[in-house]
Design a protein around this ligand. Sequence first.
Ligand code: PMP
Length: 315
Amino acid sequence: MSKFDTEWTWMDGGFVPTEEAVTPVLSHTLHYGLGVFEGTRCYRQADATSAVFRLDDHLRRLRQSAHVMQLPLKYSVDEMRQATLELISRNGHEKCYIRHLLFIGGGVMGLYPGDNPPTHFSIHTWDWGAYLGDEGLKNGIRCRVSSFERPSPNVFMSKSKTVGAYVNSILAKRDAVSVGYDEALMMDAEGNIAEGSGENLFMVRRGRVVTPPLRAVLEGITRDTVIALLGDDGVGVHEGNITRDELYTADEVFLTGTAAEITPVREVDGRVIGSGGAGPMTQRIQEQFFRLVAGGMPERSDWLAPVAVTHRVTA
Ligand code: PMP
């Protein structure tokens, strides 16, 4: 068992022991990358129960991804929500990361997957801590602007979270890590900063909060959450192009994502950002975000899907 394995996986309509949730080597997705997925988090609540943050929004985005990629997904948001919540409960998680994956199985080969390819749908859960490390979450990470660009919407459509598109992210991330950085920032085809390898980006500069427009980046659910939280505080977010030197001279930079949560950026390409740690705006957003996901903002309780009392089931 690897550290990612939990007892149960939901696959094609039912719960199966994780070791039985396998796919044939001749899976079309394995060969060509046409599949879609979601990453979602379940948090421990202040009252010791568990709840999934913005589950329906993630499931709607999954349906959107499948639609863009013309992959049949026969489960409704309601069915997927129910399966997800029950899986978390069965696996006995207090908190976890959830991976929904829609992929093409065996039976078709060659680039044309057919008009109605045979898809499989799986849900997997595991315990995943701070994606960019606890230290990074607290004091900020070091980023490198990558020479690998984000594809334009006519190369890879960013409104779909497509499996194969992540090769582009992996190339950038590996490059950044190989020279000692924590994360890669990627430019769009026009040379503006677009996003991290798996995160959206925000910059605070001269009193304005700016985030890149959605043209070439994923419609991040954490990004949307941050915009809403800032809005509650009367702070508007400007969607605009960001050049690398604007980033170098920003007062604060932070990344947002389900895995990365709210991660401050303390350095970009060897230039220290602001005071070199988590700036005041970043700290405030982080505090609000972690309060929100733990159930500390009753006015936003509709963003939390409660997990029924955990009843761990053994296979
Ligand atoms: N951009 C990319 C490329 C991502 O993979 C992710 C993670 N899903 C994000 C942004 C952040 O999106 P979200 O906040 O919905 O997780």
